[in-house]
Design a protein around this ligand. Structure first.
Ligand code: AMP
Length: 396
């Protein structure tokens, strides 16, 4: 996919409407994790350095088209200033007189944040009148919010049709990484999919099967596949009503020449609790009163062998209940192997999704992966093979 980037435009003295993701976690008015702000810092600084007037557009929370004080972006300003190391102006509305006054007062290189776009109903409706009102304060539009690209909203999609549109650096990095993951990847490509349930990942599994050479299934969702093959999974989390779906996925995998790798052993506990008494069992002898909370060491060995054969890995979902010690062991061991192979330059590794990112941080290897996407919904929709409206609108 070809899209315009900041290399294709002269931004000097231009009013740049820059869509960013500032939907950061806040407790008692304090930002508790500034990762999303760090991610857009290079784009903001580059535009400012090149003499653009940098006008930040973002949503925050779900105010549903109304002004709700608790969702004001004003509380984020001090953290944005700290991360950027520069003064950031603020306008109490993203359209109309207040926005215009703030933008008109800007000098080249200045940064101003406009109030929450979702304070207006037109944002989520992608209402043409609202898009036009936003566009009045900009000469060009830059989208640096991959995490919001699965939504066709005014500030994530609509603006790209009214103004010359470009991908910001963080968006560019994400798109280039994803292209290496599933767009034009080096084969063999191996996908690792875990997490709680099959029901939330049916589209994802069906899409991956068409694209990858092997699909490793772990976590609670593996139980549904094992049960569909006639194995007993005891009291484990299992969607027994999805047996048909699981069998259809396995049949489709055969026709697509994608091998499916399921656990061959499991760590079975008494209850869903940290340090619950547990034992390892072969997958065909899970006790009726036990609960599978992690993959066993033979499964790890089998998965690691597949990783050693792979040139590309895409990963979503933990392989066990990684939040509960010691049921993090399988996920941690596999994460370390992917990280080691990536460091040896044998592997391109792309991972994403909220729990996956936490699990990789927990394993202490997140920075060793080729790319970790912090976008939740947009990353999943990408893995499902769905076109993302915010990206389509940036295509050349
Ligand atoms: P997801 O959001 O679908 O990726 O699911 C992530 C959740 O799956 C995590 O909270 C894990 O604790 C949970 N999970 C992974 N493996 C298991 C398992 N064997 N039994 C129950 N929950 C699991």
């Amino acid at each position: 996919m070809a899209f315009r980037t900041l290399d294709d435009v002269d931004v000097k003295s231009k009013r740049v409407l820059l869509r960013v993701d500032l939907n950061v976690p806040v407790t008692d008015g304090k930002v508790t994790d500034a990762t999303r702000i760090e991610r857009v810092k290079p784009t903001i600084n580059e535009l400012s350095r090149k003499g653009a007037k940098v006008i930040l557009l973002a949503h925050f929370g779900r105010p549903k088209g109304k002004v709700v004080a608790e969702f004001s972006l004003k509380q984020i300003v001090p953290t944005v200033e700290k991360v950027l190391g520069k003064t950031v102006g603020f306008a109490e509305d993203c359209i109309g007189e207040k926005a215009k006054a703030a933008v008109d007062a800007m000098k080249d290189g200045d940064v101003v944040l406009l109030e929450n776009t979702r304070f207006h109903e037109g944002e989520e409706k992608n209402d043409p009148a609202f898009v036009k009102a936003l566009a009045e304060n900009g000469d060009i539009y830059v989208n640096d919010a991959f995490s919001a690209a699965h939504r066709a909203h005014a500030s994530t999609e609509g603006l790209a049709h009214l103004l010359p549109a470009y991908a910001g650096r963080s968006m560019q990095m994400e798109l280039e990484a994803l292209e290496k993951g599933l767009g034009h990847p080096a084969h063999p490509v191996v996908a690792i999919v875990g997490g709680a349930k099959v029901s939330t990942k049916i589209d994802l599994l069906n899409n991956l099967i068409e694209k990858v050479d092997a699909l490793i299934i772990g976590g609670g969702m593996a139980n549904t596949f094992l049960a569909a093959e006639g194995l007993s999974v005891g009291k484990s989390l299992c969607e027994h009503d999805l047996g048909e779906t699981a069998r259809a996925i396995m049949t489709k995998a055969k026709t697509e020449n994608c091998s499916i790798i399921l656990p061959v052993d499991a760590i079975v506990a008494e209850s869903f609790e940290a340090n619950s008494p547990n034992h390892r069992y072969g997958i065909d002898s899970i006790p009726a009163d036990g609960m599978i909370l992690d993959i066993g060491e033979n499964s790890v060995e089998r998965i690691n062998a597949a990783i050693d054969d792979a040139a590309t890995i895409v990963w979503n979902g933990p392989l066990g209940a990684f939040e509960l010690h010691p049921f993090d062991a399988g996920t941690v061991a596999v994460a370390k192997r992917v990280a080691a192979r990536t460091k040896q330059k044998k592997l391109v590794s792309i991972a994403g999704g909220g729990d996956t990112v936490s699990a990789l941080h927990h394993a202490g290897v997140a920075s060793d992966f080729t790319y970790i996407s912090t976008a939740g919904g947009a990353f999943l929709e990408w893995m499902e093979g769905k076109p993302l409206p915010g990206i389509l609108a940036l295509e050349k």
